[in-house]
Design a protein around this ligand. Sequence first.
Ligand code: SAH
Length: 312
Amino acid sequence: MNEHERQTRSHLMGLFKRHGFNPRTIFGQNFLIDINLVEYIAEQGRLTRNDVVLEIGTGTGGLTAYLADYAGEVVTVEIDGNMHALAKDAVGYRDNVTLLNTDALKNKNHFSPELIDLIQEKLAEDPERTLKLVANLPYNIATPVISNLVATELPWSRMVVTIQLELGQRMAAKPGHSTYGALSVWLQAQCRVRMLKQVRPTVFWPRPKVMSAIMQLTPDVDRRQKIVDRPFFHDFVRRLFQHRRKLMRSVIVSMYRKQLSKATVDESLAAESIDLGVRAEQLKVGQLVAISNRLHAANKTAALLQDDVGES
Ligand code: SAH
C-alpha cells in the first residue's frame, strides 16, 4: 500500500487494533484522517529542498510522509513509544527523515536539548537552509511550542500548525478584543499571524471536543528589530496582561516598584504620548513595544545609578 493513502479512520482503527493500542488523550492524540487536509498543510509549508522541517507529534507518520516528499530534511519528534514505533515502520526507511522518541519540551520554556542539537546539526549542513515548523500539534503543548520557537534564535522562516481554534483566535487577536493578550502581543511583535482555515472535529480520529484552526506564522524582521531586549519585553507583556483591565500606569508602577519611581514611569509613558487612563488591552502592539523599550532604558539607568551609590 502507498503510505500516502494510509491515514484514514478505518486504517488507523485497524492498525491500532492489531497492535493493541488505544489513542491516548493525555498526549492529545487526535490523528488527521482527511487526506485533503494533510496535503493542504504540507502545501502551505511551501517546502523546498532547502528546508529543514520540524514536526512535533509524529503520530503514525501520516503527515511526515508528505513533508518528506518536499523538504530537504524532516526532524519529527514523538513522545509516545507506541506511536514512534508505528511511524518508524511507515517512514523510517526514508533517508531524509529523522525520528526522535522524546518529549519535545524539556520544560514549559525550553525545547528538548537533544531536539535542538539535531535541528542545528541539520541546518549546519547547508547555510541556505532554514527551519519550518509544520505540524498537527498536540494541543496541550501548542502554546509553549509556538512561543518557544519565536523566542529562540533558530532561523525559522515559517510555521504552519493545526491548533485549537480558540488558541488561534488569541494568537491573531487585535487590541480591544476580549482574547487580545500577552500571547497576541508577544507573537505579533515579531511575526505575521494568519488563520488559514477553521477545521471541524470530524477531520480527526478520535474527534476532539473543540474546533481547530490551521495557522500560519512568518517572521517580521522589521518589527522584531524594534524590540530592544526580547526577554525583558516577554516578561513585561506577560506581567502586564495579568492585570489587563487595570489602569496600565498603576500595573507598571507596581511591576517595577523596586527599580523605578512613579515619576519615571510617568515620564516613560508621556514620552510615548500614552494616556494615563489607558488599560493594556487597548494598546497596539507597536505602542507596547515602545513602552517596553522606554522602561528597559529607565531600568538600565536606575541600575547604573544604584551601582554608583554602592561604590561611593
Ligand atoms: N501528526 C499526527 C499526530 C497528531 S496527534 C497526525 O496528524 O495524525 C499529536 C501527537 O503528538 C500524538 O502522537 C502525541 O503522542 C504526540 N505528543 C504529545 N505530546 C508530545 C510531546 N510533549 N512531545 C512530542 N510529541 C508529543
